[in-house]
Design a protein around this ligand. Structure first.
Ligand SMILES: NC(=O)c1ccc[n+]([C@@H]2O[C@H](COP(=O)([O-])OP(=O)(O)OC[C@H]3O[C@@H](n4cnc5c(N)ncnc54)[C@H](O)[C@@H]3O)[C@@H](O)[C@H]2O)c1
Length: 596
């Protein structure tokens, strides 16, 4: 017989606690909600009523349901109010000594059979449990932010947690409409262990002025389909909480430098910039607790204003290459009204590219996204050629040939001879240093990276890669072109992986290492990232789509350039590639795709 949970207690009504109260009360469970002072209690109550009022306004909750929900919550100051609850969830700040003190007190106050749970993100549940006389009834129930929305709960069992306690908590999660993954007590569990290295890396990029906060966030949203960018997510989590989580993960998780909190974080926390909850973090919010970002002194000018900064006029564009990227890029430019000269290595290749562009435009017509007239006009703007000399009068060249430095350098040297002065020369390389390509010409100031994503006609992001020699005019031109293409151009420095790959692939590699260490299964890790963090795909799904060989190559580049020990490719990834398990394209990667 599963245990009945008729009344639960929640301790600490901050970012997480208030949301956890809502989850229980929404599902018909009575809650005793406890804070440390009257002021904190009122803030917690205001968070709950604010959230439920918003749900009513959005038509997601009836007024009567909201009233019933609120009536289920008994707000109290002090832990003594928890004497009759069946389960307590603690959600106080991420400090071990504080949590241990609270658990010792809960052990004294609560019924002997009550389960004591912590919502800690990174601390040892085992160390918290030994502060009580009932460590077998102590468990981690890790909700995700915002708790009423995110489906995932990580259930953390220590070596002494009773099996029936685990089973009862799993059943409770189901009753709350959550999906649980049950795991053992390791720093960061699944999701945070994979998330926080990435978040900290993004903060480091911002701190090093590698890219702006808006561009880092836009890159990850638009390049990977994430629900929010890493810096906006840090603000949501709370920078003080994030600092503590990183600090604990660094100490507990093998002193991985990637978890050593970026110095900027400590400064921001000390200065009271805690994120949304204090009204200011990486961004500025309308008021404390508000999700609404308001402009501040760092808000960039709109692209239009930036154009006043001397972008060159671009009417005619050359695209060199005949692969997937070149084909997509030709279509993108032609559709946006540019005259396009496509140059391939021969008439046969040109015919194939032309066919592919036509097929793709026709699909647009069939789907009602493009009129026949616009399709014909776009096709009419493209000329097909097999000689680079035809690029003599273009204003911009986009190179999308094979990813080999010698080939790209030779091509840029030729373009330097052929093209008129003032042309912008762009490379779509995703992994080579743009400066190497630029220095193959006599005009490095005119060379820039334009890293399109695949499929180019669909993906809204372009990384604009500035080398140390790219001129402001070239950069402004690249931004203006991206805007005219209807793409979001994010500007970054010339470092391996630019923004997106540098932030994405180490995370994927970490997921492989987690699997390799048998901490969890590919399915549970995929669930954790999708349901806990709102990712469109789990890491193993994504690796199989991208290709394990491609992922390994990118990870190797990152490791070679940045020499970060934590970026060393996971041995399991190398073995799978050696074994020919490359993902969907070979029928098998982390999963078998032949049996569907
Ligand atoms: N923020 C997140 O995104 C997130 C996500 C999952 C888990 N967590 C974990 O949840 C826990 C709480 O984090 P948070 O972000 O909600 O912190 P928070 O700072 O927003 O809230 C903590 C609350 O605890 C209260 N408190 C402090 N001492 C107390 C005491 N002795 N008795 C009762 N209440 C007390 C504070 O007044 C505050 O309201 C941490 O362990 C954190 O790691 C956080």
């Amino acid at each position: 017989m599963a245990r009945e949970f008729t009344r639960v207690g929640v301790v600490g009504l901050g970012t997480m606690g208030a949301g956890i109260v809502e989850v229980f009360a929404r599902n018909g469970v009575d809650v005793t909600a406890v804070e440390i002072s009257d002021g904190a209690l009122e803030r917690g109550r205001a968070t709950l009523t604010g959230s439920t009022d918003r749900a009513v306004a959005k038509g997601k909750l009836a007024e009567a349901e909201r009233d019933a929900l609120l009536a289920r919550v008994d707000f109290r100051v002090g832990l003594d109010a928890l004497h009759d609850v069946d389960l307590v969830i603690e959600a106080v700040p991420e400090h071990l000594d504080l949590k241990q003190r609270i658990f010792a007190e809960l052990d004294r106050v609560c019924k002997p059979e009550a389960i004591l749970a912590t919502n800690t993100s990174s601390l040892s549940v085992t160390e918290i449990s030994v502060a009580t006389t009932r460590p077998n009834q102590v468990i981690g129930i890790h909700f995700f932010n915002p708790a009423p929305v995110m489906k995932l709960v990580e259930v953390v069992r220590t070596v002494v947690t009773s099996a029936d306690v685990v089973a009862d908590v799993e059943a409770l999660c189901e009753r709350l409409g959550k999906v649980d993954v049950t795991i053992s007590d390791r720093a960061g569990f699944i999701a945070n262990a994979l998330l926080f290295g990435y978040l900290n890396h993004a903060v480091g990029m911002f701190e090093a002025r590698y890219a702006t906060r808006e561009d880092i966030d836009a890159a990850m949203k638009l390049g990977c389909g994430l629900p929010m960018g890493p810096l906006a997510l840090m603000d949501l989590i709370g920078l003080d909480t994030a600092y503590e989580i990183l600090d604990t993960m660094y100490r507990r998780g093998g002193r991985d430098r990637r978890h050593a909190p970026a110095p900027l974080l400590k400064q921001m926390v000390t200065a009271g910039l805690l994120g949304r909850k204090s009204g200011r973090g990486f961004y500025t919010y309308e008021r404390p607790g508000s999700p609404k970002v308001v402009p501040d002194e760092y808000t960039p000018l709109a692209v239009d204003a930036a154009l006043a900064d001397g972008a060159r006029a671009i009417a005619k564009v050359g695209v060199v290459g005949s692969g997937t990227m070149a084909t997509g890029i030709i279509e993108v430019f032609a559709k946006a009204g540019y005259e396009v000269v496509s140059v391939t290595r021969g008439a046969e290749k040109s015919a194939k590219v032309c066919e592919a562009v036509k097929t793709s435009l026709n699909k647009g017509v069939v789907r009602g996204k493009l009129s026949e007239t616009d399709r014909d006009a776009a096709l009419g703007r493209i000329t097909w050629s097999a000689t680079l000399e035809h690029l003599a009068d273009v204003d911009l060249v986009v190179e999308a040939v094979i990813e080999e430095l010698s080939v790209k350098k030779a091509l840029f040297a030729s373009l330097d001879e052929i093209c008129k002065p003032g042309v912008v020369l762009a490379t779509t390389t995703s992994s080579l240093p743009v400066i190497d390509v630029a220095m193959a010409t006599q005009r490095p100031a005119d060379v820039v990276g334009l890293h399109f994503f695949n499929p180019a006609p669909i993906m809204p992001l372009v990384e604009i890669v500035q080398t140390i020699r790219t001129s402001a005019e070239t950069s402004a031109t690249a931004r203006a072109v991206c805007a005219k293409l209807g793409k979001t151009g994010v500007v970054c420095g010339d470092r391996s992986g630019f923004i997106v790959n540098a932030l994405l692939f180490p995370y994927l590699n970490d997921a492989v290492k987690m699997l390799e260490a048998s901490y969890s299964t590919a399915d549970d890790i995929d669930y954790a990232m999708k349901l806990g963090c709102g990712y469109p795909m789990g890491p193993f799904e994504l690796l199989d789509v991208v290709g394990l060989d491609v992922s390994l190559a990118i990870q190797r580049e990152l490791y070679l350039e940045l020499r970060e020990p934590g970026f060393a490719p996971a041995p399991l990834l190398e073995h799978l590639v050696t074994a020919g398990y490359l993902g969907r394209k070979s029928g098998r990667g982390f999963r078998d795709h032949t049996r569907r």
